[in-house]
Design a protein around this ligand. Structure first.
Ligand code: A3P
Length: 322
């Protein structure tokens, strides 16, 4: 594959004239947290997300070589990775007894790119080198493939993503939006028009890119991280070119970071039990809605046998051995 092939049609290729997107002209489907989602470059985005994406394009946003971007489909482990990446990249600055993660939710510490851009369309670049996006790889207004920036993509089993997403929507859904049942959400998700979907194409886009640009994109499974957090935390640090030193290893820094970012620790902090933050799209979000079970395979308690079969078969067909 040519080195620029994955970036063909990339929104920020220097000399490329971008087509104007007129959102009201786009088809629409029912959103889960917003009234509508619209198709753009093969993916479905909520209206404000698309507005944020347009703002990034209009401002010719590109990641800087020092930037680290966490990318994920919603409910795939974003909160966990935000915490881990924040703790790993900032570790010289903070003491574990007074660490910012003890008093701030990970979503406050790592800005969400497209929702920030929605809120500040004329100056849409967050003032942070560590950022997060749910945009599909082909919509990333970032780079021509030669960038020295780092992208970490976390992916999770489709069944757990769907059930986690559905519970999340029940907690965050604005009161004026109609209730969506789990079978309805399953129907949209499996047909590809869930927010940021199709899920499988989202995963595949980053997976292919990670094969082509292994120094730029690190592809990680939630389930693997659960199994061996120490191994993956160390690999993440190496990928970010901030490997743990022998001194740090002997002092137990890796274990301390894993413990600090664990579901048990974060979900039991006062800030995450009682606190709120703003996401730019939502004026107030209760921090505790990002912590539910934090387990692998919990979807079997919520999805029907038929739903499980369909999602497993789709994953097998579309993602194969990933
Ligand atoms: P469940 O709903 O299955 O419990 P995201 O952060 O992408 O929104 O994903 C949220 C999911 O990750 C939720 O899954 C949540 O409980 C889980 N989660 C949050 N923090 C976690 C952590 N530190 N470790 C493991 N899982 C975590």
């Amino acid at each position: 594959m040519e080195s620029s092939s994955l970036f063909t049609n990339s929104a920020t290729k220097d000399n490329q004239q971008l087509p104007d997107i007129v959102i009201s002209d786009l088809p629409k489907e029912r959103g889960w947290l917003t009234e509508y989602i619209h198709p753009y470059k093969g993916f479905w985005y909520a209206t404000p997300v698309l507005q944020g994406l347009i703002a990034l394009q209009d401002n010719h946003f590109k990641l800087k070589p020092t930037d680290v971007l966490l990318a994920s489909y919603p409910k795939s482990g974003t909160t966990w990775l935000k915490a881990l990446l924040f703790a790993i990249t900032n570790r010289p600055q903070y003491d574990f007894n007074t660490h910012p993660l003890l008093s701030s939710n990970p979503h406050e510490l790592v800005p969400h790119l497209e929702s920030y851009a929605f809120k500040y369309p004329t100056n849409p670049i967050p003032n942070s080198s560590l950022m997060h996006t749910h945009l599909a790889f082909n919509s990333l207004p970032v780079t021509d493939g030669s960038s020295k920036c780092k992208i970490v993509y976390v992916f999770r089993d489709a069944k757990d993503v769907l059930s986690s997403f559905w519970y999340f929507v029940q907690k965050l859904r604005p009161k004026d939006l109609p209730f969506i049942s789990l079978p309805e959400a399953f129907d949209q998700f499996s047909k590809g028009y869930s927010p940021f979907g199709p899920f499988w194409d989202h995963v595949m886009g980053y997976y292919k890119a990670s094969l082509e640009y292994p120094k730029m994109i690190y592809f990680l499974k939630y389930e693997d991280l659960k199994k061996d957090p120490k191994f993956h935390a160390k690999r993440l640090a190496e990928f970010l070119e901030k490997p743990f030193s022998l001194k740090e290893e002997s002092e137990g820094t890796v274990e301390k970071i894993i413990e600090l970012c664990s579901f048990e620790k974060l979900s039991n902090l006062e800030v995450n039990k009682e606190g709120t933050h703003t996401d730019f799209l939502f004026p107030t979000i209760a921090n505790n809605i990002f912590f539910r079970q934090g387990k692998v395979g919990d979807s079997k308690n919520h999805l029907s046998k038929e739903m499980i079969e369909v999602l497993d078969e789709m994953t097998k067909q579309k993602l194969g051995l990933i």
